[in-house]
Structure formats: C-alpha cells, structure tokens
Design a protein around this ligand. Structure first.
Ligand SMILES: NC(=O)c1ccc[n+]([C@@H]2O[C@H](COP(=O)([O-])OP(=O)(O)OC[C@H]3O[C@@H](n4cnc5c(N)ncnc54)[C@H](O)[C@@H]3O)[C@@H](O)[C@H]2O)c1
Length: 444
C-alpha cells in the first residue's frame, strides 16, 4: 500500500485525527528521527537506533555544536542541525522525536512534541514532578502518540523472564523487594567548584529553561546536574526508577499506598544537594514492602549477592543483576516456628532436618542493550501499538520514586491516593507535586 492509500485507508477506519498529520508507515519504511539532547545518553540512544537500518537520523538538536557534529558524523545521510528544539519539532521531515535532555526539560519538550504530531521516545526519569508526568500522560493520550520511556530493561528478554517467574508465584508471596544503588563517593564526590560567570550566557539560559535562575556552577550542567534538585530527583529517580519499574513489573502493582524516607548528606564533601545516604520504604498492596537503598558514602557491596535488586518471597528469592537473574529457594520453607520443648528437639533430630526446599534453583541471563528498546519503539510507531514502556508505565514508575523524595523533604510518613495522585494525610507534601516554571516557560 502506498503512503496516500494507506492514509486514506486509515482515515476510512476512523483512526484518530492526530494520525492524519503524521506519516503512516509500513513495515519496510524508514522512520525519520529527530534527536533532542546528544550528550552522554543521547549519544548512546542514537547508537542504539543506528543499529536498525529502518531508523534514519534526519535532524539533531543540542546546545553544543561538537555533540551535534559527532552525531551527524555517525548518521546515515546528512541530518539537519538545530540549536532550538522548537525548530526541530516544526520540521515536517521529522516523524518522531528522541528526547535525551536533563530531566527538568522532559515535560515541556515531550508535550510540545506530541502537540506537533510527533511520536516520542523520552528518557527516564519521565519528569521532575508528578504533575508534569500526569500532563505528559494526558497529552500523549489526547494526541494518540506512540511513546516509549527509556526504562530499557522492559525490552530485555531476561527481565521479561524474571518478571514472569515472580508473577507466576514461583517464589511465593513477595513480602520484601529491594533495589540498591551503592557506590562509595566519599570523600570528594563531584568536587566543589565555585560559582562563576557562565562561559556562554545563551547556553546557560537554555540549559536552565523552566528551572529557577541560579548562579552558574559547572557541576549544575553536563552530567552532574543529577546531583541537584532543580534538574533531577537525584539517584532515587536516576537509578531508582529502573529498579522501581522492574519491581513494580514483577509485583504486578501500579502504585504504592504509603511512603517514608530517611537520609541526608552524611559524609561526602562536595557541592551536591541530593543525599549521599538514604533509605526509602514504600508499602504496596500485596502486601509488599519495597525498599530503595542509596549508599554513596559507605563501603560496597550492597548485599551478600551483590545484586541490583532482590525480591524475597515466602518460598524463595529472585536476585536481579545487570545481565542475569537467579532464583534461590528458601531452605526454611514450611518449617514450623515457635515454642519448642526439649522433647520436640529430640523428635526433630530423629526425623532428620525439618527444612524442606520449596523449589528448584533457577537462573537465566541476557542483555539489556538499549537497541532492543529502540527496536520496540520503531515497531510500535509502525503498528501504532503500545510500546514496552509506554508513557503511563514510565509515569507510574517515575512518580513512585518522586514520592520518596517528597517524604524525605517533609520528613513524614505519607499516604498516597493513586487514583487522584494526591497525599491524603499531609497537605504540605502535596505542594511538592508540582513547581512554578520560570517565566516565560509554562507547562501547558
Ligand atoms: N536509560 C538510561 O539508562 C539512562 C542513562 C543515562 C542517562 N539517562 C537520562 O538521559 C537524560 C540525559 O542525561 P545525560 O547523562 O545524557 O546528560 P548530559 O548532560 O550528558 O546530556 C544532556 C544533553 O542535553 C542537552 N540539552 C540541555 N538543554 C537542552 C536544550 N534546551 N535543547 C537542546 N539540548 C539541550 C545538553 O547540551 C546535553 O548535551 C537524563 O534524563 C538521564 O536521566 C538515562
């Protein structure tokens, strides 16, 4: 079917009007991509798309010419170069936008991309606030865009296997699930450079965007923005969102019922704002206690197995690593606990060990290469189907982590109403669900 006939065909079926202003692609067509943000992650995501011959780089946008030039060099063809993302979004040759800018830019760029009729791949964490995430979901749904959030484990086969095993009940009821980010950054962390005059006023202004105006400090910009609250939720949303997403997926749960957190900047001597030490606890239906452990000022490893995540069920534990999973059966399963007389001990001895292994050990391995996630987005755009980590999935995982930061900020135990996305027991905490953009920026 050629492009015109395909469009008429789709219109005839009454498919959303938003589709009528974007190209309808067939399985063999190339998707024309425009990249916004080509730093550390943007470069990796660009490489991941370039692994697929049906992904064509037609436009690039960054504040830095050198990053754009590198991306152009890697591309097949000669992409257009934009310093203003709005111009890239106006470009009718761009079918889909790939957004890899710092977190505080995601919402604006994503919403504008959807409104311009582009499908969108956007990096994690989805947003800086819960309100931004909610508006991103609403916009994507209203404009009927195909979306993929960069929580790339969702497209990794070994993660899909692990999630299925846990959801099948093989390790029993999961009562505790944990994610660990342990990296000792003591004593100097990211250093302590002084505030100074921005080397380039235009670049600093466009870096800040909707964030509050602050004196320029080199740590607030490239890569290190993660350690500052104006641009990021810190390691809880940076690493934590990958873990929260995987754990939610395994548990089959949307959102927590309650959250509490403790921590602070205990030992690292740099100009970071985020904690170097923190524990966040969420209670999910299940019931399951979910825990995020961030130790950036103490010795590794995080746990005996050195896993990134663990799910402890009544019958066994699922350990998740960067490229494998392992199920270790519980030796104590079905043993009776409680009061023992000396006579009981004698009986146990004569009958042998009462410990019974509930299941066989199991393991699997694979790769969480971002190219799988990119492939899934390309296929989603062509089929107009749902991607593995669509906007709602990304929003639920991101907002659960944001709640942890609000609990830490307010030093409180917070109860969460998932449907209305509000805390029910603390009005002050609800104020942190959004923030005032710096003029002239406005969240639509
Ligand atoms: N999925 C993953 O595993 C993963 C890994 C690393 C980073 N990330 C995410 O990717 C995002 C970017 O992180 P990074 O490490 O690449 O940071 P970075 O600082 O290396 O890159 C950000 C880029 O965005 C550009 N930029 C900033 N404002 C812009 C604007 N207004 N218009 C155009 N370009 C602009 C900067 O010039 C820079 O090149 C973050 O949200 C981060 O959480 C995801």
């Amino acid at each position: 079917m050629n492009e015109l006939t395909r469009r008429d065909f789709t219109r005839g079926l009454g498919v959303a009007t938003a589709l009528s202003y974007s190209r309808i692609l067939g399985a063999n067509d190339r998707l024309r991509l425009g990249y916004i943000g080509l730093g550390n992650r943007g470069d990796q995501v660009h490489d991941a798309f370039l692994e697929h011959p049906d992904a064509q780089t037609v436009a690039v946008c960054d504040l830095r010419d050198d990053y754009m030039d590198l991306a152009i060099k890697k591309s097949r063809g000669t992409p257009k170069k934009y310093k203003e993302y709005k111009k890239l979004l106006e470009d009718k040759d761009v079918d889909a936008a790939v957004i890899c800018t710092p977190d505080h830019w995601h919402a604006l760029m994503f919403i504008e991309a959807c409104n311009a009729g582009k499908d969108v791949y956007v990096e994690k964490p989805l947003s800086l606030t819960v309100m931004e995430g909610r508006k991103m979901v609403e916009t994507a749904q209203r404009t009927k865009r195909v979306t993929q959030v960069g929580i790339h484990r969702r497209s990794a086969k070994f993660c899909q296997e692990a999630a299925e095993i846990v959801r099948s009940g093989a390790i029993g009821q999961v009562t505790v699930a944990k994610g660990f980010h342990v990296q000792n950054e003591w004593p100097k962390g990211i250093g302590n450079p002084p505030d100074e005059k921005p080397p380039n006023e235009w670049e600093w202004e466009h870096w800040l965007g909707p964030a509050p105006k602050k004196p320029y400090n080199r740590n607030r910009t490239y890569y290190n923005f993660r350690w500052f609250h104006d641009y990021s939720g810190g390691q809880l949303t940076n690493f934590g969102v990958h873990y929260m997403d995987m754990l939610r997926w395994c548990l089959g749960q949307d959102a927590p019922k309650a959250v509490v957190a403790m921590g602070g900047k205990y030992a690292v001597q740099d100009n970071r704002e985020i904690p170097d030490t923190m524990e966040v606890l969420w209670e999910f239906d299940g019931p399951t206690l979910v825990i995020f452990t961030q130790y950036n000022a103490s010795a590794a490893p995080p746990n005996l197995n050195d896993a990134e995540m663990e799910l402890r069920g009544t019958k066994g534990t699922m350990y998740l690593f960067g490229n494998r999973w392992e199920v270790v059966p519980e030796k104590n399963a079905e043993k009776l606990f409680g009061y023992r007389t000396p006579l009981d001990r004698g009986i146990e001895k004569s009958y042998g060990p009462s410990r019974k292994q509930a299941m066989e050990p199991k393991s699997g391995k694979g790769s969480a290469n971002t190219a799988f996630h990119a492939r899934n987005f390309l296929d989603g755009v062509k089929s107009r189907g749902k991607c593995n980590c669509d906007i709602l999935t990304g929003h639920l995982s991101t907002s659960a982590t944001i709640l942890g930061n609000i609990a830490l900020k307010t030093r409180s135990f917070l109860e969460w109403d998932t449907k209305n996305e509000k805390f029910t027991n603390n009005a002050a905490a609800n104020k942190y669900l959004s923030y005032q953009y710096r003029a002239p920026y406005k969240l639509p």
